[in-house]
Every structure is written in C-alpha cells, then in structure tokens.
Design a protein around this ligand. Structure first.
Ligand SMILES: Cc1cc2nc3c(=O)[nH]c(=O)nc-3n(C[C@H](O)[C@H](O)[C@H](O)COP(=O)(O)OP(=O)(O)OC[C@H]3O[C@@H](n4cnc5c(N)ncnc54)[C@H](O)[C@@H]3O)c2cc1C
Length: 345
C-alpha cells in the first residue's frame, strides 16, 4: 500500500492549493475528492478576489492569494479589475487604507465611472475605488485548471472517492478509508473539506463548532455598450463578477443550515426579490434578464476568523476552515501558510 507524506482531503480552493504547494515542495502528496468534477463551495461561489476589505488580516491574505493565483492559475480563468462603490467620504478614507496593498488603486468620481462603465449608477455623494489588479475568477474553471497542475506536480488525485473512515492511533491519524473501499496511509493529513470538515471530524469524535450558512447567488444576462467589470456595492452589500455577457453575484442574504447538503437548494422568492432590488439599485443596463440562481454552503468560525493549523490533540492532523464568504481571497494564502509553517518545518 502506497504511503504518502501528505494526504489532503477536499479539492476546493483550500485543498487544491494545499496539494499543489505540498507537491511542489517535494512531498509525496495525495489529494482525495468525493466528486469527479468541481462541486463544493468553491465551484458555486462568486469568484471575487479583492483586497478592498475591512480588516487588515483579510487584506494581507488576499494579497498573498492574488500572487498565488497569478502564479499558478491559467490566464483564461482570470478577469482583472474590481470596482468598489461607496460614499465619497468613505472612499477617500479607504483609498489611504487600501493603497498600502493596492498600489494602482484609483478614486473615481461619478462622471469618471460613467465614462468607463455607463451601466453603473452612482448616486449623490458616491464615488468608486477601482483596483485594476484585483481579480474575479471563473471558480470551476480555476479548479479544473488547478487539478491539472496538481497532477503535473506529481500529486496523486483520487477524484470520486468520499472519505468515510478515519483511523487513529493515540494522537495520530494513521489511515483513511473511502466509501469505495480504498485505504490511504500517510504521515500527515490535511482536512480541507470546507463545510464538510464537521462531518469528517465527527468520525474522530470531534464536535467542530462552526456556523454553516447557505448562500444564494444569481446569474444575469446583460447588454451593455461598455466592458463589464467586477463590482462591490457597499450600500446594498452586493458583489458581481463579469463573465462574457453575464454578471454573476448577489446580495448578502444567507440562511442558517445544520448540514452542508441543505445548502443545495434553489433560491427562495424572497432571495430573488432581494437580488433584483440590489441589481436594479446599482445597474442601468440597456437590457437584462435574470437567467439562473443557485445556493451553496459556507462555514464560519465563532470569531469569524479563518482557521489553519494543527487540530488540537493530534500531532499529524491539520485543517483549513472558516473561509466564510471570502474563501477565494483567504484559501490560497492559508494553503501557503500551512505548507510553509507546518508541513515544511
Ligand atoms: C454563493 C457563494 C458565493 C461566494 N462568493 C465568494 C466570492 O466571490 N469570493 C470569495 O472569496 N468567496 C466566496 N464564497 C466563499 C467561498 O466559496 C468559500 O469560502 C470557499 O470556496 C471554501 O473553500 P474550501 O476549499 O474550504 O471548501 P470547498 O470548496 O467546499 O471544498 C471542499 C471539498 O471537499 C470535498 N469533500 C467534502 N467531504 C469530503 C469527503 N468526505 N471526502 C472527500 N472529499 C470531500 C467537497 O466535495 C469539496 O469539493 C462564496 C460562497 C458561496 C456559497
């Protein structure tokens, strides 16, 4: 039986980057994923990767994540530029705060915004911060691309295998079992199953205390005379990613769930009404149509901070979790930190 130095469970953004960086660091690595195609929170997400965030820890993580995405993810999955609309007063303050992380950040007034993107509505006293080097991504395409890079780096990818057994000897995980009957032995194990970490940790008697939420998101087909750009609307808390002639995004409208599977439902009529309100508030397209909507799970720690490191009571079990609604901004950076600070020590 093959014995790996690092076994990663879950091939979302956190697990895919962890496996890639582990394999590139020279560790014999295996990545186990229950689906055969991108199907977790990452693939359902909005794809926004901006450093324009309220707390400096997230700004720092997003900066590292953007560097990693630029380095490892194919250009075809990436769209550059992100606009944050807010009151002029806050925009002036945020310009100072964010510039440390985003040297090319620009403050645009309503006329400048209109001349670049005629479909974005700005109201009295509003302005926009424009970060040309912030990113939006097609998250499923990014994962497909990363899975190829993971294989190229010499990592074994076991897709379509759900881990449902975790064997422990005192303070060490010794092997995993899958529903299909495989056993995987390793020296170090990293749980990157996002909202499913709760389920995995239950196998070893740990009651992992996270909030689980379901989040709706929508796809609008739009017609515009100007190019589409990613947009964050500080007033109604909506976020948007461009993809061809579509805008994908939503308003923050989460609902509480007690298991990740319960997030996989259609958005409610109330969710639809809320997103229509947010969309109409900020945009002025020549023509538009709501064409799709879905929901996905996120997990949030009790203090809202992301979690990475060794699981208490275990010497060779590590975890990345609590990425919340910011997993694309936090996940690659935490994978890098886990590999360099824990696995490579
Ligand atoms: C609607 C929505 C919009 C969002 N928009 C954004 C955004 O714009 N920007 C942003 O930064 N973040 C956004 N997020 C948050 C982001 O998607 C998550 O924080 C992030 O994807 C979590 O990544 P992960 O790798 O931890 O989990 P996941 O992507 O869920 O990956 C976990 C993987 O583990 C696998 N798995 C689970 N159990 C097992 C098992 N037993 N055995 C093997 N494999 C298993 C799953 O199949 C899954 O592929 C959004 C989330 C949602 C739901």
């Amino acid at each position: 039986m093959q014995r790996y130095e690092v076994v990663v469970i879950g091939a979302g953004v956190a697990g895919s980057f962890t496996a890639l960086l582990s394999a590139l660091s020279g560790f014999r690595t295996c990545l186990i994923e229950s689906s055969t195609y991108p199907n977790g929170a990452t693939s359902l997400s909005g794809g926004v990767v901006t450093r324009m965030m309220d707390n400096y820890i997230d700004r720092e993580l997003a900066s590292i994540s953007i560097d990693l995405i630029e380095k490892y993810v194919s250009e075809d999955c990436i769209h550059r530029g992100y606009v944050c609309v807010e009151s002029y007063r806050y925009a002036e303050k945020d310009l100072e705060k964010f510039r440390e992380y985003i040297p090319d950040l620009l403050l645009l007034d309503a006329d400048e915004v209109r001349s670049r993107w005629e479909y974005i509505k700005l109201y009295d006293n509003e302005a926009a911060l424009f970060a040309p080097s912030d990113l939006t991504l097609n998250p499923s395409e990014m994962l497909r691309d990363l899975w190829e890079k993971v294989l190229d780096a010499g990592c074994e990818l076991m897709a379509g295998k759900r881990v449902d057994k975790v064997d422990v000897d005192v303070d060490r995980v010794v092997r995993l079992g899958t529903q299909a009957g495989d056993y995987i032995r390793g020296e170090n194990f990293v749980f990157c199953a996002g909202p499913w970490n709760i389920v995995l940790l239950k196998h070893i008697g740990i009651d992992w205390n996270m909030w689980l939420l379901g989040v709706p998101i929508f796809k609008f087909k739009v017609i515009s005379q100007s190019d589409l750009v990613g947009v964050w609307d500080e007033y109604v808390y909506s976020y948007w990613r461009p993809e061809d002639s579509f805008l994908i995004g939503g308003v923050y409208d989460a609902f509480s769930i007690d298991s990740p599977e319960k997030a996989f439902i259609d958005p409610s009529q109330e969710n639809i009404n809320n997103v229509l309100e947010g969309f109409r508030y900020r945009f002025n397209f020549m023509e538009w149509e709501l064409v799709d909507g879905w929901c996905g799970p996120i997990s949030i720690s009790r203090d809202y901070r992301p979690i990475y490191g060794c699981v208490d009571g275990f010497s060779n079990l590590y975890i990345i979790d609590g990425l919340g609604g910011r997993g694309l901004m936090r996940g690659p950076a935490l994978a890098y930190k886990l590999v360099t600070e824990y696995l490579s020590k």
